[in-house]
Design a protein around this ligand. Structure first.
Ligand code: ARG
Length: 583
């Protein structure tokens, strides 16, 4: 990991040179944006010179003299107003390359202090339509969990499904009066959602229906055997179908602790919060008010109304005794902290729930919880027309529909290409390309911006897409297929050509990128890196003969291909995208 090593050497150089670092200043090294002067760069001398009021170039020269990097760099220069530029030596790059092709983690260092991180993602609601937010959450959450695990954290994934709530009053009434058993068998999620929609509409039109639904809900909450049985069956059928989808997408959860899991914890939790003085009774409800500990603009329990800050309490028990989403989330935090000793909890949930999480986190902190809780928010997915994303039949889109259609489209494309692959092989390739394309379209975006969903774009072999990256991987593999396994790579490496150097440089940067992804929880950094890697590989492939070269050059080039192959596979894997040897 060059950047980290160079940074620590730079810091050591300040000590050697006898330059005291002012409080709060840590000199750093970054990858050079303009590689004409070097591979890495530091502007530390310039920043420090300003503070010390000395000449930046002279200071840079002083640091340069003290800097010990002969083992890594062939050149150090002071340029412009006082930049330190560092150029890696071919030997150092070659050495990295050997590590990449041998190491289980392709040269990515493990974190020094592993944390236990609970990742809360996907979490659709049973018997309610799944929306695109669940798609984004599923892919982003899965990828972040993979990255965290890969760099050495202990990760616990939990699907906090919405398996309890007022929708069940309607579902139970619908189940008893209008359920179509054969449709339920064929596609349970679809049938439950359409029953829910029908009853919901009927309840809106007719007060009497609404009352019946409320009655069914109360019976369920009081433990009525029949209603509990129906509820359990709804949950079971939905999870069964969901698990198939997750399976096709290669997504696994360590736990499925849905909202209902916390039912028994809610009453004691609210009682405790009242006891602790964190919650109070207000107009019959139990709520958490601001404690005035932070500035109003940072206080989630206040809302601005013209020139005044008014209370915006978080309700944890309604006047009628019902508990809320926030109550369940507070109980869930207790569980994750107590049972899992979570150091961090990540919530991959859409931006509209920001206030909810700010309130829940603040309330939990007031209860003495020190676990770091992070809301990893994201924007919406839009249809190609820039409006709400709809399916072909005009419905709002859920994960199931999107994945089915993606696989179907990829299957058609595979059929058109026809290249001596069996039907089973084509099915498998279509599953990988279809699912991978949808995931990649998501993960290559900045999670906070809205993005347009376009089948043509995401399935294209050109551009920043999964098929493009998968194709680059297939290319690296085809070289080794041609060699029929007759190849043993050695450490006899010499990086001489600019295209070889550029590729080796790009490959070595994976070790840095993998850690950076979690700084701000952005899988798109990884996606963009892989895209650039694929591009760099293509240029290398154009410029340098691999199979027609000989001796050290051939070994070096094959090692570059192997390293590219391994990093593409690993990197795509961290995005949750499987690779295929042919396509
Ligand atoms: N089921 C919720 C929804 O669909 C998402 C749950 C997110 N996780 C949580 N702990 N609140 O909006």
């Amino acid at each position: 990991m060059f950047r980290a090593i160079l940074t620590s050497r730079l810091q050591a150089a300040f000590t050697t040179a006898g330059i005291d670092l002012p409080e709060g200043f840590t000199p750093g090294v970054v990858i050079a944006s303009d590689t004409r002067f070097g591979d890495y760069q530091s502007n530390a001398a310039m920043i420090l010179a300003k503070q010390l009021k000395t000449n930046p170039r002279a200071l840079a020269e002083q640091i340069k003299a003290a800097l010990q990097v002969e083992d890594l760099c062939e050149k150090i220069t002071v340029d412009g107003p006082g930049f330190l530029n560092l150029t890696l030596s071919p030997a150092a790059l070659a050495q990295r390359l050997s590590v990449i092709v041998k190491d289980d983690h392709v040269g990515v260092p493990q974190v020094e202090k592993a944390k236990t991180i609970a990742v809360d993602f996907s979490a659709p609601n049973i018997a309610k339509p799944m929306h695109v937010g669940h798609i984004r959450s599923t892919f982003i959450g899965d990828s972040l969990a993979r990255v965290a695990r890969f760099i050495g954290h202990k990760v616990i994934t939990d699907n906090h499904v919405g398996d309890w709530g007022t929708q069940f009053g309607m579902i139970i009434h619908g189940w008893k009066t209008q359920l179509d058993q054969s449709k339920l068998k064929a596609d349970p999620i679809h049938e439950l959602v359409s029953v829910y929609k029908a009853v919901n509409a009927a309840a809106k039109a007719d007060e009497a229906v609404l009352e019946i639904c409320k009655g069914e809900l109360v019976k369920l909450q009081q433990g009525d055997a029949e209603n509990l049985g129906i509820w359990k069956e709804c949950v079971r059928l939905t999870l069964e179908q969901l698990e198939k989808v997750y399976g096709a997408l290669d997504i696994k959860f360590d736990h499925y602790l849905g909202e209902s899991f916390y039912n028994d914890a809610l009453a004691p939790l609210v009682a405790e919060m009242l006891n602790q003085g964190i919650a109070t009774i207000s107009e019959g409800a139990t709520v958490v008010f601001s404690d005035g500990s932070v500035k109003p603009e940072n206080d989630p329990f206040l809302i601005r109304d013209k020139d005044e800050w008014k209370p915006a309490p978080c309700i944890i028990r309604k006047g009628d005794g019902g508990y809320l989403y926030a109550t369940t989330d507070l109980a869930t935090i207790d569980y994750r902290v107590k049972e899992w000793q979570a150091d961090e909890i990540w919530y991959v949930v859409g931006a509209p729930q920001q206030l909810h999480f700010r309130q829940v986190f603040a309330a939990a902190q007031r209860r003495g919880i020190t676990t770091k809780m992070i809301h990893i928010a994201f924007g919406s997915i839009l249809g190609p027309d820039g409006k709400m994303f709809k399916t072909r039949s005009g419905e709002t889109v859920g994960l199931l529909e999107v994945i089915d259609e993606a696989i179907e489209r990829a299957r058609t494309a595979a059929d058109e290409k026809e290249q001596g692959l069996s039907d089973t092989e084509k099915d498998e390739i279509a599953r990988i390309i279809g699912g991978g394309s949808v995931k990649y379209a998501e993960l290559s975006q900045n999670r906070l911006t809205d993005y347009k969903f376009s089948w043509d774009k995401m399935l294209s072999l050109q551009g920043n897409t999964a098929p493009y990256l998968l194709n680059a991987y297939v290319r690296t593999r085809s070289i080794f297929r041609k060699l029929d396994g007759e190849v043993t790579l050695t450490d006899d490496l010499a990086i001489t050509e600019p295209a070889e150097r550029a590729l080796a440089m790009k490959l070595s940067q994976f070790a840095e990128n993998a850690h950076d992804i979690l700084d701000d929880h952005r899988p798109n950094l990884l996606a963009n890196y892989l895209y650039e890697l694929a591009d760099t590989y293509h240029s290398f492939y154009e410029a340098c003969h691999v199979l027609r070269s000989e001796g050290t050059a051939r070994n070096t080039r094959l090692t570059l291909c192997e390293a590219t192959s391994r990093i593409l596979k690993t990197g795509l894997g961290l995005l949750g995208i499987q690779t295929t040897e042919r396509m």
